[in-house]
Design a protein around this ligand. Structure first.
Ligand code: GLU
Length: 294
């Protein structure tokens, strides 16, 4: 049994990311699970500094006192596993551009996601050969409008219609939804704690988990950190990373206190350790609204 934290090395972790990581650690350790770290670097191959960013992310997580079981797993080293998983799926090539999908699809979901209307689902071999000459295909899994329900710790039962979503992008890179599921299954992850911006992806991922013979994990999608305008916290919101905060004279211990206080697990300014927080941690009494970082 394991929980995990799975950052993408696009930029340094900010207070919101650190808080989600602390929660994932508390959930895992509080239920006797291993806690794994996975670097989701498939999308960042072109970001030359990605390995350095990932190294800083790992150092920052360790600095606030979180520990991990085993070595971090890097998605860029697992391409063969993703390819093997795709081979096991009922899938097809899709040549649609973003624009074609926008024109053919029904209205986007609240999160902006456009369910795929199935345009390329039944192309003949001849049609595919012809299209391949103009555009490399993406690979979509054939879900045939299945519905999938997941249980989230706070949102309860969430049901989604699963469209034929992309499993390999048309630049050959495995899609996030594929990689995350392949890895969670391979690593024995049965508890997924992450930001609630990913709640709407969970029925798709749970469905794929079952296609690949895995057990659907339990989910806890946690409220995000926001700035005073109510927008998702970002680096431009001031000193929000450990490095920036250290330059402003805020110690790592003080950051942990601030995170714990935001989770109502410590008083303002009270020095704490992650182990102490573990003894106070109760998923049922955590705040369920976004954390406004002032
Ligand atoms: N890599 C994703 C992110 O940084 C998280 C994926 C997940 O937790 O499933 O937002």
């Amino acid at each position: 049994m394991a929980g995990r934290f799975a950052p993408s090395p696009t930029s340094d972790l900010h207070l919101g990311n650190l808080r989600t990581a602390l929660l994932a650690w508390l959930f895992a350790r509080g239920s006797g699970r291993d806690f794994l770290l996975r670097i989701e670097d498939l999308d960042t191959q072109r970001v030359t500094a990605a390995p350095e960013v990932a190294a800083r992310q790992i150092a920052d997580l360790t600095a606030i006192g979180l520990d991990f079981d085993g070595e971090p797993v890097w998605q860029s080293e697992r391409l063969a596993s993703y390819a093997r998983a795709v081979d096991r799926l009922d899938s097809y090539e899709c040549f649609c551009t973003r624009r074609e999908i926008a024109e053919a699809a029904s209205a986007p979901h609240a999160d902006g996601y456009r369910p795929y209307p199935g345009t390329c689902r039944n192309l003949s071999e001849g049609e595919r050969a012809q299209r391949r000459r103009t555009r490399p295909p993406a690979i979509r899994v054939r879900a045939d409008g299945a519905t999938q329900t997941v249980t989230d710790r706070w949102a309860g039962e969430v049901t989604g219609v699963v469209d034929d979503f992309v499993v390999v992008r048309n630049d050959g890179v495995p899609a996030y939804n594929l990689a995350v599921v392949v890895d969670d299954v391979a690593q024995g992850v049965d508890q997924v704690v992450r930001g609630d911006d990913l709640l709407s992806s969970s029925p798709r991922q749970a469905w794929l988990t079952r296609q690949l013979g895995g057990m659907v994990p339990e989910y806890a999608h946690v409220p995000l950190a926001v700035n005073t305008d109510g927008r998702r916290l970002a680096k431009r919101d001031g000193a929000v990373t450990l490095t920036d905060l250290a330059s402003a004279g805020v110690t790592t211990a003080q950051v942990l206190t601030r995170l714990a206080h935001s989770l109502e697990l410590a008083g303002a300014g009270e020095p704490v350790t992650p182990e102490q927080l573990l003894t106070r941690f109760d998923p049922d009494t955590l705040p369920r609204t976004p954390w406004v970082v002032t």
